[in-house]
Design a protein around this ligand. Sequence first.
Ligand code: PD2
Ligand code: ZN
Length: 283
Amino acid sequence: MTRQTATPELRQWIIEQARAGHGPEAVLASMREAGWQEDVAIAALEETLSTYLAEQGREAELPAGSAVPEPSLEGAPASLEVLGHRVAVLTQMHLPRVVVFGGFLSDEECDALVALADPRLARSETVDNDTGGSEVNEARTSEGMFFGRGESELISRIEARIGALLNWPVENGEGVQVLHYRPGAEYKPHYDYFDPAQPGTPTILKRGGQRVGTLVMYLNTPLRGGSTTFPDVGLEVAPVKGNAVFFSYDRAHPVTRTLHGGAPVLEGEKWVATKWLRQGRFD
Ligand code: PD2
Ligand code: ZN
């Protein structure tokens, strides 16, 4: 007799039977009646149920949710007045929590940020999860720099606008980071929160707690490519000068669906400014 192999459909059926409250003996009997060899059926039953239970356990261990930045969008306004500046609300979704804003920065503000950042650029580093320090990373082939919080009138104005738009204290923000991507450069999909499982994370969290929100501001419009992507939900936000994409994550967990990346720039270059928002004061 040829050996049978368990199919994904069989595994799905086993989970449905278990969820419906049928015990293993009854499920095994049904499988045998349906023509499954007993040893194949037992192995599929064991493997499917133990994998399923482990997944359920991980979900049950979800860390508690925290407060997050959130714009005032009751009544679905088409635009918001923020400290005398009109910001369009172009698109929003709830899981992941993503809002795309139009005209968040003026053309002059975008150009000024690029001009001020350009001479201060260095190859982007990402946090080294082992030590809590930073390192150059192949996943992020952009160049970047940080402005100090409130380091100039322009930066303070933009930070105040971010705080007012997202109802979040300016003191809880990291410095504005400017990134420059040349053709081919990208930022591979990642989460912006710090991975609780990494040894360096407790040190990072002493200063301001977890990240709970991100605002990526587009400082130019690349000729082709460079979208900000959310692969879990197939969302692509096209970079348009002055627009911004906001997303929040109330816990450091993939259930937030905030996996996101910067797609490769195909033609031209891409400039963005990122503001990461922490739970508490970031000093
Ligand atoms: O430049 C982007 O589109 C991008 C993508 C993913 C920026 C960030 N993450 C970030 O700065 O966190
Ligand atoms: Zn990111």
